[in-house]
Design a protein around this ligand. Structure first.
Ligand SMILES: C[S@@+](CC[C@H](N)C(=O)[O-])C[C@H]1O[C@@H](n2cnc3c(N)ncnc32)[C@H](O)[C@@H]1O
Length: 245
């Protein structure tokens, strides 16, 4: 049976496979997504940061080391929240085991909200955008990544575990739930178009600063073949926006 985001990551086998994947060399996360996220979040010094779907919160320590005033991670998976809490036990980071949908967002409490590859697991994004907006201080920023809509539209023609050679894009404008095989499990994700993401932000009052597709940069790859292969299909969509002053 398919599982929602947090339940999926709580599956023993999926969790083990995911953690193993993230330790590999030249992961898409390390080579494509993270460099863009770091460049878009810009100044960190003194910032109170909220991370939605923080996973193991590895980035929390990095952000604190780079001068963040505080880091709060929201994580719906028990297993992930446990790893994150242990990993950051010697810091002032706070990990809250709660879903993005059900957490009570404090008003004007954060200068920066990040959400890395978690919002495509959320069924109804409009109320979450409102909550994020309200939790930010004036001029506060939101930087988030999702699986690229080209990827989430349809997964016909790809077998999980096999190397992607090409990709079928289909039913692009039929947005909503998609059930897909990944990491040895079955998971429910939500497909949205690029303009959907733009409108969610726009409608709630965010000023959109940047939109990126994680174009591969040679210097982030150890392996030239992986670099060449990553030039074929966009894997991530990343947006940066801020609340008006
Ligand atoms: C692909 S992982 C990314 C983890 C981390 N942000 C990173 O980039 O390393 C997605 C994470 O989002 C969490 N997640 C998915 N849906 C969620 C939800 N509705 N509420 C809270 N966490 C969620 C999952 O449990 C998982 O840890």
């Amino acid at each position: 049976m398919e599982q929602t985001g947090p339940n999926f990551y709580d599956d023993e086998a999926v969790f083990a496979t995911y953690m193993h994947h993230r330790q590999s060399t030249d992961t898409p996360n390390d080579t494509l997504e993270k460099p863009v996220i770091m460049s878009l979040i810009r100044s960190i010094t003194g910032k109170r940061i909220l991370d939605l779907g923080c996973g193991d919160a590895a980035i929390g320590r990095e952000l604190l080391d780079r001068g963040a005033a505080s880091y709060t991670g929201i994580e719906g998976s028990h297993k992930m929240a446990e790893v994150a809490t242990k990993k950051l036990a010697d810091t002032t980071c706070q990990i809250i085991k709660q879903t993005i949908e059900n957490w009570t967002y404090p008003h004007a409490a954060f200068d920066l909200v990040i959400a890395r590859l978690s919002l495509h697991y959320v069924a109804d994004l409009a109320p979450i955008c409102t909550q994020i907006f309200n939790s930010l201080t004036p001029a506060g920023r939101l930087v988030f990544s999702v699986e690229h809509p080209v990827i989430t539209s349809c997964d016909r023609g790809w077998t999980s575990g096999k190397m992607r050679q090409d990709w079928v894009v289909d039913n692009y404008f039929t947005t909503g739930v998609r059930v897909t095989q990944w990491l040895g499990g079955t998971v429910q994700k939500y497909h949205r178009t690029i303009e959907d993401y733009f409108h969610f932000l726009n409608e709630v009052g965010f000023i959109i600063e940047d939109l990126r597709e994680a174009r591969p940069q040679r210097e982030h790859f150890h392996d030239v073949q992986t670099y060449e292969r990553r030039k074929r299909i966009p894997l991530f969509l990343i947006l940066a926006a801020h609340k008006p002053e």
